[in-house]
Design a protein around this ligand. Structure first.
Ligand code: AHR
Length: 502
């Protein structure tokens, strides 16, 4: 079958904020310890961070990294993670039922971030702490020398502040599992008070208030409205979190997960705009989609480890999903969804970065490798720059249990006027049919193909492992041609494709 995708000039969605290609490092399982940090590893730098992992992080192209949680942050005392390492306290991490040694804290993370070439995005503990501790952390992190806490930072080895712009006002405060969970009005008031206080210290911060932990939360929608009614004038972003997996073997709905993400973003934007109208405000609240991924929550076998009371392991193997070809196609299509909302989603974090539901895996003392999901992320982060353009799709549909009939093909186009380049990202969700697509490229400027990459495989369950790290990689798509201002390309069943143009 053939789908006609037309891209007309003027159908501009919005500028792509590079921060949509962010990721997330939480003190959870082996993300930090035995993940990015392993002092005994042959590639460890002078602070204990693995250079082989850093090289993969740079290749992945992550622009921002959210830290240190996640659920972890709601029980975290940031002071535990600064000062001489040998004096740092060992604590019980209640969120993940683990032992936290605090070997890695703010200074180490800033060092790692610089090497990774990414921008830090810090989360504040508004679960078990409040405005004062938030003020203390921003003073310590950002202020020039000359105040008690900034001087303490200098004494701890960092003359200059770390210059962290973006701060999350807590994490998933709508979730009953969250330490310090509270209702929307209560949280909205706390977020507002904290934001006002922080802006008195540093007016130009970018602040993210917690939205829902997922669209299935019973408070979804009401939570966003009530939180923003309390905090609209004080914040810049509202967060969204979403994780996807197949339910009851329903692969067609799973492949259409981006339909859910599209609706999620539209509804959060509409709710924020509702509050905008109530407040007669000129300001628009943007979305920080700061946790998204495929996560096999239902397969989660380590659950005893985080609820038993006699065992508090250090860096246990938690949430170590091994991603298939199908998962990578879904991740690629979720990236298309984020780009299709480039006007509202100005920040996003693939959760997470290493070992924990992650594109990068490691073995202690051993290798680091790319999961299947690494590839669509790395290619999109590299090619998907500038502005996003709408792609109108006319073509076959697929019936799904969760979303009704959905387009078999989804797509978005990006154009970087400065660089004189463009890119088309496509997904074929059909499990049986290859689909030939024509993309009308008028208005895109030059139109010759610079590269093509298709991720597909006869074995949809194929994965990458330490033993076979490159079992699944994208291949050039030789079917792609451009003639008369039109790109024609055949998409295999269950595939994700990127085409670079100049
Ligand atoms: O990313 C894993 C967990 O998922 C995070 O800690 C939490 O914020 C979310 O529920």
């Amino acid at each position: 079958s053939k789908a006609l995708i037309t891209v007309s000039t003027g159908a501009r969605i919005g500028a792509i904020d590079p921060r949509v290609y962010g990721s997330f490092v939480e003190h959870l399982g082996r993300c930090v310890y035995d993940g990015i940090y392993e002092p005994q590893h042959p590639t460890a730098d002078e602070q204990g961070f693995r250079e082989d992992v850093l090289a993969l992080v740079r290749e992945l192209g992550v622009t921002t990294v959210r830290y240190p949680g996640g659920n972890f942050v709601s029980g975290y005392r940031w002071e535990d993670g600064v000062g001489p390492r040998e004096q740092r306290p060992v604590r019980r991490d209640l969120a993940w039922h683990s032992t936290e040694t605090n070997e890695v804290g703010l200074h180490e993370f800033a060092h790692w971030n610089r090497k990774a070439g990414s921008e830090p995005m810090l989360a504040l503990n508004l679960g078990t702490r409040g405005e004062l501790e938030a003020l203390d952390l921003v003073e310590y992190t950002n202020l020039p020398a000359g105040s008690a806490l900034s001087d303490q930072r200098v004494a701890n080895g960092a003359q200059e502040g770390f210059g962290v712009r973006m701060w999350c006002l807590g994490n998933e405060m709508d979730g009953p599992w969250q330490l310090g969970h509270r209702d929307a009005v209560d949280y909205g008031k706390l977020a507002s008070r904290t934001a006002k206080a922080l802006r008195q210290l540093q007016p130009d911060l970018e602040l993210v208030v917690c939205g829902s932990s997922g669209a299935a939360m019973p408070t979804f929608g009401t939570w966003e409205r009530q939180v923003l009614e309390q905090s609209y004038d004080d914040v810049d972003f509202i967060s969204a979190h979403a994780y996807y997996e197949p339910h009851d073997g329903d692969v067609d709905s799973f492949l259409a997960s981006a339909v859910d993400m599209d609706r999620f973003i539209d509804v959060v934007a509409a709710t924020a705009d509702h509050v905008k109208a109530e407040k007669r405000s000129d300001k628009t609240i943007f979305i920080s989609f700061d946790e998204w991924n495929v996560w096999y929550l239902s397969r989660y076998e380590d659950v005893d480890k985080i609820t038993g009371d006699d065992d508090w392991p250090k860096a246990p193997r938690l949430l170590e999903d091994v991603y298939t070809v199908t998962d990578a196609v879904v991740v690629g299509s979720l990236l298309i969804s984020l780009l299709k909302h480039a006007d509202r989603v100005k920040s996003a974090s693939l959760a997470q970065l290493v070992n924990v539901i992650a594109p990068i895996m490691t073995e202690p003392g051993g290798s680091a490798w790319r999961q299947t999901t690494f590839h669509p992320f790395a290619i999109t982060a590299r090619l998907g720059r500038g502005e996003a353009l709408r792609a109108e799709i006319a073509g076959p549909t697929i019936p799904t249990k969760r979303f009704g009939d959905v387009s078999a093909v989804d797509a978005v186009v990006t154009r970087d006027a400065e660089a004189g380049t463009a890119a088309v990202f496509l997904v074929n969700r059909s499990r049986t049919e290859p689909i030939t697509v024509s993309v009308a490229l008028h208005g895109l400027g030059g139109v010759s193909i610079t590269e093509t990459a298709t991720l597909a495989d006869d074995d949809l369950e194929a994965v990458n492992t330490a033993a076979e790290p490159d079992r699944v990689t994208p291949s050039p798509n030789d079917s792609a041609t451009v003639s008369d201002g039109s790109l024609t390309i055949t998409l295999p069943p269950v595939s994700w494709t990127a085409v670079g143009l100049t």
